[in-house]
Design a protein. Structure first.
Length: 131
């Protein structure tokens, strides 16, 4: 599956330590390889989103290990401005929800919804020839 990254995600990834960046890259590669076939524990739907295709990529420390609980919010999307329409995953933002279990989603899902809506609007404007 084609994966495109929102600039917000790119900036977050760039600020990570190299070892965490590798973990993030591994999650994005999983999305690219498995697409809609990706399953828990790595991929989980976000039911509180306004968009039915919103999901999260999850990276948890193994049993007995200490480390971040990385999450990447993304949306399954179809780019219908090109022929043939192309299925893609749009990675929107990421974060570490360690110690911020439910509150993480309260703010991040609303933000991801807005970022995805901006992504769609920008794509539509480009499709109409607007820069």
């Amino acid at each position: 599956m084609k994966v495109v990254a929102h600039e917000r995600f790119v900036a977050w990834r760039r600020a990570l330590e190299p070892d965490l960046r590798l973990q993030v890259d591994s999650l994005v590669a999983y999305l690219a390889k498995h697409g809609h076939a990706g399953r828990e524990p790595v991929v989980k739907p976000i039911v509180s989103s306004r968009h039915g295709g919103m999901h999260e990529l999850r990276d948890n420390p193994g049993p007995g290990q200490i480390g971040p609980h990385l999450r990447i919010l993304f949306c399954f999307d179809t780019d219908d401005t090109i022929t043939p329409p192309t299925e893609q995953g749009v990675v929107l933002l990421g974060g570490d929800k360690t110690g911020n279990w439910s509150e993480f989603y309260d703010a991040r899902v609303a933000e991801a919804d807005l970022l995805y809506e901006q992504f769609i609007a920008t794509r539509a404007a480009r499709g109409r020839g607007t820069p």
